[in-house]
Design a protein around this ligand. Structure first.
Ligand SMILES: *Cc1c(COP(=O)(O)O)cnc(C)c1O
Length: 369
């Protein structure tokens, strides 16, 4: 028996998700220590102290189920962003939410639109429900919104746009999104995935919650895995009109967010100083990456996220392997159809220094261009 023949049609085309290599795995494989991981866009400052305290206080209560409605976290999010608790859906990481959007609004034969080089979870959730993926060829590695509009049909149920996008770092301005949304029919759900929004400069950040007032078909999804440093706990949230939130909350698993994630999220929601420190380090260090690439003639995609994607103009797999031997884990993105690129998460200054030194050694970049 070959069970792939039993799986639903869409599942047959799926490949396992390739996560960044864990530090412990590289330690085991190569017997080296002092490893720097710049592979999964994680927070380089470590787990926030405010969340540690919240977890300590929660430990004695773990015998109880978590609050199925996430009442206090929704209150904290609502207060911080000026939205209503009944607009919010909580997820076990925002990946859980992305899957929930697909389950709630699309089914077999329905069409889901996203871009080439978009976050790999969009094809995953689309294919897993046997929906039809409409992948729009990218323009300068980013979203071709006119292409999206052309692809709309009466079968279209969902649009996924990540802003900034992972793994390319491309960014759409509020004006571009606004113009686009005026042309998307109200019965098509538009998901704006803002996992990296905290890294954009406040002056250019999209005021996406204000767009919700104009576009009832918009869902904004956010993550606490990146700027907030809670990747290991799995927590994210979506904000939409209350009717959509109600539907999502019917479909989600009742206890999809665990008690430690909920309590930690409440703590970091009120920890603006931590997030600001993280974003500021990212802005400063991003400039150093850009300067480094310019100095050594390396082509990169300008990024508004907490990562930068470099085009080596040659297969990047050997460069990735050589960097591993130098104790630096970055992210190959051949699975995205970008075999010549590597994505590097922006770390702390000393981690980035280690990457620069390792890459210079690996590519033999002695002399400045
Ligand atoms: C990292 C990331 C997420 C967040 O995932 P979580 O499940 O919240 O950890 C969502 N969308 C994009 C584009 C990402 O890169």
């Amino acid at each position: 028996m070959q069970y792939i023949n039993v799986a639903n049609q869409g599942v047959k085309s799926l490949l396992p998700y390739q996560a960044g290599k864990p530090i412990e795995e590289l330690e085991r494989e190569l017997g080296i220590t002092d490893i720097v991981k710049l592979a999964s866009n994680e927070n380089p400052f470590g787990f926030p102290e405010s969340a540690k305290k919240a977890i300590q206080a929660q430990l004695d209560h773990l015998t109880r189920y978590p609050d199925a409605n996430g009442f206090e976290l929704k209150e904290a999010i609502a207060k911080k962003f000026g939205v209503l608790p009944n607009q919010i859906t909580l997820g076990n990481g925002s990946n859980d939410l992305l899957e929930l959007f697909a389950h709630t609004f699309a089914g077999e034969g329905d069409e889901v639109i996203y871009s080439q080089y978009a976050f790999i979870v969009y094809p995953l959730v689309t294919k897993a429900i046997n929906a039809v993926a409409k992948e729009i060829p990218a323009k300068d590695w980013g979203h071709d919104l006119n292409g999206f509009l052309t692809a709309l049909s009466d079968k279209t149920k969902l649009i996924f746009i990540a802003n900034p996008n992972n793994p390319t770092g491309n960014f759409l301005t509020e004006a571009e999104l606004d113009t686009f949304l005026t042309k998307v029919p109200e019965n098509v759900i538009m998901v704006l995935d803002e996992a990296y929004t905290e890294f954009t400069h406040p002056n250019e950040r999209v005021n996406s919650f204000a767009l919700l007032d104009k576009y009832p078909n918009l869902i904004v999804s956010r993550s606490l895995s990146k700027a907030y440093g809670l990747a290991g706990l799995r927590i994210g949230y979506a904000v939409s009109n209350p009717e959509i939130a109600d539907l999502l909350n019917r479909v989600r698993q009742p206890f999809n967010c665990n008690s430690l994630a909920l309590t930690s999220a409440i703590a970091v929601m009120n920890d603006d100083a931590f997030v600001e420190k993280v974003a500021e380090n990212n802005r400063q260090e991003m400039k150093r990456y850009e300067a480094f690439c310019q100095q050594y003639g390396l082509d990169f995609i300008p990024s508004k996220g907490n990562f930068i994607t470099i085009d080596f103009k040659q297969p990047a797999a050997p460069i990735y392997d050589a960097l591993l031997r130098e104790g630096v884990i970055v992210r190959p993105i051949a699975g995205y159809g970008m075999p010549n690129h590597l994505r590097i998460s922006i770390g702390l200054p000393q981690e980035n220094n280690k990457f620069f030194t390792a890459l210079k050694k690996v590519l033999n970049l002695g002399n400045e261009k």
